[in-house]
Design a protein around this ligand. Structure first.
Ligand code: HEC
Ligand code: HEC
Length: 259
């Protein structure tokens, strides 16, 4: 009996320490990142990923019609702007989520840069499919490769500054969903691929030949993330105008249905 109790106690302690670990991991995901997710899911549909799609409001640069403080923003998020399509979010979000959105708005403002020279999206498409060789790694709708992330919807998901940075400085920020891992199997074979998913027993990746592989962790000698991006920098390959053209083209990529 005492053994059973000791066992239960051990089990409970193990559970408790797992909960603490989970909480620590959650707090790692910063408030801004939570805010970004909420913004992309709930706000970008009207305001755009850059926050400048509603006339007279530029959320990415802190330009509002009436709001001037964080408290004003929270109040507007709670009640919306009556008489316009700006909805009230008091039922959707907790106060913590509201604060996360406001933190993200602040982050956008602090990372926005001067307006870029406008590009020509049609020229950008020509470069994307030709000289840029972007389709050799990326997919847009039913064309291209699965080695890199699918860009069909990238214009709804990323800010212009982020798209530019992806081209100039791919190592600056590699999103968790685009991370590459290097795996060495027990027999010494090395595989590099884009991480799709992992659980306690297996890891799934898309390898450089676009094959989905599922590997048992028990069969692996080592596996870990690669910090460097596999995406080449276009800093010296495209001039300023070409870069602006490609970014303008990426901005038009808003999903399967969109043109
Ligand atoms: C259905 C479309 C729609 C959605 C979704 C939407 N908004 Fe708005 N929002 C608007 C419109 C339209 C206005 C301009 C209202 C006006 O004319 O005063 C606006 C205005 C604003 C303003 C400026 C208010 C002021 O008085 O200065 C802020 C801030 C704002 N929205 C934040 C957000 C955030 C954050 C989200 C997501 C949580 C969001 N909006 C979702 C349509 C939308
Ligand atoms: C050799 C393969 C390769 C080529 C060629 C390539 N990319 Fe990439 N690209 C990647 C990989 C891998 C990632 C994901 C890792 C990262 O974010 O750096 C990526 C990421 C991106 C992202 C960010 C995606 C996101 O989810 O934020 C954009 C935008 C992008 N590429 C656009 C382009 C454009 C435009 C071209 C052509 C001018 C191009 N890429 C050429 C491999 C490539």
């Amino acid at each position: 009996m005492r053994e059973v109790r000791a066992c239960l106690l051990l089990f409970a302690t193990a559970l408790a320490s797992r909960t603490v670990l989970a909480q620590q991991q959650t707090s790692f995901l910063s408030e801004t990142e939570d805010g970004r997710q909420i913004f992309l899911t709930n706000c970008a549909i009207c305001h755009g990923p850059d926050g400048d799609s509603v006339y007279g409001v530029d959320l990415g640069r802190g330009k509002f019609k009436t709001a001037s403080s964080d408290d004003d923003l929270i109040r507007i998020l709670n009640v919306g702007v009556p008489g316009t399509s700006m909805p009230a979010f008091s039922k959707e979000f907790s106060q913590i989520e509201m604060r996360a959105v406001v933190a993200y708005l602040r982050y956008m403002k602090s990372t926005s840069s001067a307006t870029f020279a406008p590009g020509d999206a049609i020229q950008g498409k020509v470069i994307f499919e030709g000289k840029g060789e972007c389709l050799s790694c990326h997919r847009v709708r039913d064309r291209g490769s699965r080695v890199g992330p699918n860009l069909t919807e990238i214009g709804s998901l990323r800010r212009t500054v982020e798209l530019r940075r992806s081209l100039l400085d791919p190592d600056a920020e590699v999103l968790p969903s685009s991370r590459f891992i290097r795996i060495v199997a027990r027999d010494g074979v090395t595989i590099i691929g884009r991480l799709m998913n992992q659980d306690t027993l297996t890891v799934q990746l898309i390898d450089s030949k676009e094959r989905l592989q599922s590997l048992k962790k028990a069969n692996l000698k080592e596996y870990g993330f690669i910090d460097k991006s596999l995406m080449p920098s276009y800093r010296d390959k495209l001039n300023n105008q070409q870069l602006a053209d490609v970014v303008s083209y990426l901005v038009t990529l808003k999903g399967i249905g969109a043109q």
